[in-house]
Design a protein around this ligand. Structure first.
Ligand code: HEC
Ligand SMILES: [Cu+2]
Length: 342
């Protein structure tokens, strides 16, 4: 009867049941107290109504046991909500190590997806069931939000920074993706589909597509094309720091601070190199703002990460440089720029 009533979307990820359990607990506690209070209002109104014109109620001078009772019982219940909610929040925001990484860029009005081996999709995201998938998300223009109701995961996609989100799909099927931040005229049409597939089918899908080099490979190529390699030489003889092994490490800045190299730091180093200058180096790195698209920045980041052995692709896939004809199941390829799409 309720199949078409999207009040409770199906549970298609490992997170979904956990989120729902907390949600139902909160609803149950709220409903219990709402009904209890409403009933007591009614019962007391009848029981203690004034029977004679001159009737005066008894004076009540408080009761310590009663005060303690209704202080500590609600305190206990709210602490359960807090600890449970905080635990779930940490769990939902931290992707497990070894999660399969997928890059997602929001753009008015579509979702562009790039897999580690270079498979690209638009408004489609294919994932295997039973494997944690981590989305690394950025925006080309305005704020968007990536929501998969069946997985109970949602994260804003904000221009100028990266957001991540993860899930483990556990039921094969096709599930809606919605943009949940009003992002312009066609916001309502910014809809896509996640396809969760059995691992074998997923492998077949991966090998059937027209991969054109993964983000790591495209990033490596950009690193040459943009002449990053002239300053960042592997042997340390260049004018910039060696980037091998840098990701995830702490670096000393000329301001005296230290900072851990993450996606945001690499991004800032490329678009606004003067903001944080590595100690011992001159601030001579030019900005690449306007020269590289959001997607190319992601590819450069993927490349810098790969120099530290970070980032993982699906098992058994290999990236190929030569573009092969796109498989029939592929969505149309987006218009390609020199290296990567805009
Ligand atoms: C003209 C030489 C030059 C070019 C070209 C250059 N860089 Fe740099 N880069 C530097 C210098 C010098 C630093 C250290 C000072 C600073 O942090 O700004 C640096 C810092 C960095 C850092 C931070 C490293 C750290 O140890 O904190 C990253 C990441 C980076 N560059 C990436 C790139 C990428 C990617 C490109 C190409 C798109 C590039 N650079 C092009 C000179 C250059
Ligand atoms: Cu949007």
């Amino acid at each position: 009867m309720f199949e078409n009533l999207p009040l409770f979307p199906e549970q298609a990820s490992e997170q979904a049941a956990q989120v729902d359990a907390l949600f139902f607990f909160l609803v149950a506690v709220s409903a219990f107290f709402a009904i209890l209070i409403a009933m007591m209002v009614a019962v007391f109104a009848v029981k203690f109504h004034r029977r004679r014109q001159d009737e005066v109620g008894d004076a009540i001078h408080g009761s310590i046991p009663l005060e303690l009772f209704w202080t500590f019982i609600p305190l206990g219940i709210t602490m359960v909500m807090f600890v449970w909610g905080a635990w779930l929040f940490f769990h939902l925001t931290r992707a497990p190590k070894g999660a399969m990484e997928v890059y997602v860029v929001g753009k008015q009005w579509m979702w562009k997806v790039e897999h580690m081996d270079g498979q690209r999709e638009i408004n489609e995201l294919h994932v295997p069931v039973g494997r944690p998938v981590k989305l690394i998300m950025g925006s080309e223009d305005v704020i968007h939000s990536f929501f998969i109701p069946a997985f109970r995961v949602k994260a804003d996609v904000i221009p100028g920074r990266y957001n991540t989100m993860w899930f483990t799909a556990n039921a094969p099927g096709r599930y809606h993706i919605f943009c949940t931040q009003y992002c312009g005229t066609k916001h309502a049409a910014m809809i896509g589909w996640v396809t969760a597939m059995e691992p074998a089918g997923y492998q077949a899908w991966r090998s059937g597509g027209g991969a054109t080099g993964g983000p790591v490979e495209n990033g490596a190529k950009l690193f040459q094309d943009l002449a990053c390699n002239t300053c960042h030489k592997e042997d340390g003889s260049g004018r910039g720091p060696v980037l091998k092994g840098l990701f995830g490490k702490e670096v000393q800045l000329s301001s005296g601070q230290t900072i851990t190299v993450d996606e945001a730091y690499v991004r800032e180093s490329i678009l606004n190199p003067q903001a944080k200058v590595a100690a011992g180096f001159q601030p001579i790195m030019p900005t690449f703002q306007g020269l590289v698209s959001e997607e190319q920045v992601l590819q450069l980041i993927a490349y810098v990460k790969s120099l530290s052995g970070e980032g993982s692709a699906a098992p058994g896939t290999s990236a190929t440089q030569a573009p092969s004809p796109a498989g029939g199941a592929q969505p149309p390829a987006p218009p390609a720029k020199k290296s990567g799409m805009n």
